[in-house]
Design a protein around this ligand. Sequence first.
Ligand SMILES: Nc1ncnc2c1ncn2[C@@H]1O[C@H](COP(=O)(O)OP(=O)(O)OP(=O)(O)O)[C@@H](O)[C@H]1O
Length: 241
Amino acid sequence: MTVKAIEVTNLTKSFKNGRGISDLNLDVDQGDIFGFLGPNGAGKTTAMKMITGLMKPDHGDVNIFGASISEDYVNAMKHVGCLIETAESYPYLTANDNLKLFSRFYPEVDQRRIDECLAITGMLKYKNEKSQKFSLGMKQRLGIAAAILSKPRLLILDEPLNGLDVEGMLEMRKLIKQLSQEGTTFFISSHLIHDVELTCTRIGIIYGGKLVNVEYTQNILSYYSSLENYFVSEVDRNGRV
Ligand SMILES: Nc1ncnc2c1ncn2[C@@H]1O[C@H](COP(=O)(O)OP(=O)(O)OP(=O)(O)O)[C@@H](O)[C@H]1O
């Protein structure tokens, strides 16, 4: 049996205001483009921060390719690239120099690979421009370029379409599919139902801090006319909170 890309067990985080994540259990198989779909405030970023070790859960654990985030962080994150919340870069450095700085964590990443990542994300033509002049979409692409530098087996992306225009969204979707065909597994959070429907092979719906259901996109679309109809029906079935 192949090891799961991500295994989340009983993940719980309760903020002082009573909101957070409650007893989240989910698996992401290798090869999935897993869409973590939920409205604003559903708990996507909180879950993703715990999955990538940026936030400590109250309970539960996460295994990535079999290694525990809480007990074996370095091994768990060894094959992971991530982009959580907004893509940060050094504004006074060029796109190229930002990636060079980032690549110091990865001895195998050379200038050729940096150029390759800039090309893959459509940023090669802005290679020598400082990131302070970049639009949100360009910063997002630079963030993805940084996340794929080390050729990670798993990419964890929090709202990767944030700030992208229609053309940017099409390109990002194409990029995700291309990397997926080359063997990368994805865990992507989004509140954009239409985009998740077009991009993801499996979908987990999160609502009010709880995972409502997980299903293959193909199965959803064989029973429902759109992901939106499925989403509304699942949320209703599980009781709006
Ligand atoms: N540090 C915190 N302290 C208190 N409450 C928080 C904290 N971080 C998040 N929350 C609350 O937890 C809930 C989940 O927030 P989270 O940012 O995970 O949602 P999200 O699904 O990523 O939403 P969005 O799409 O708007 O980014 C929200 O109600 C939010 O107000």
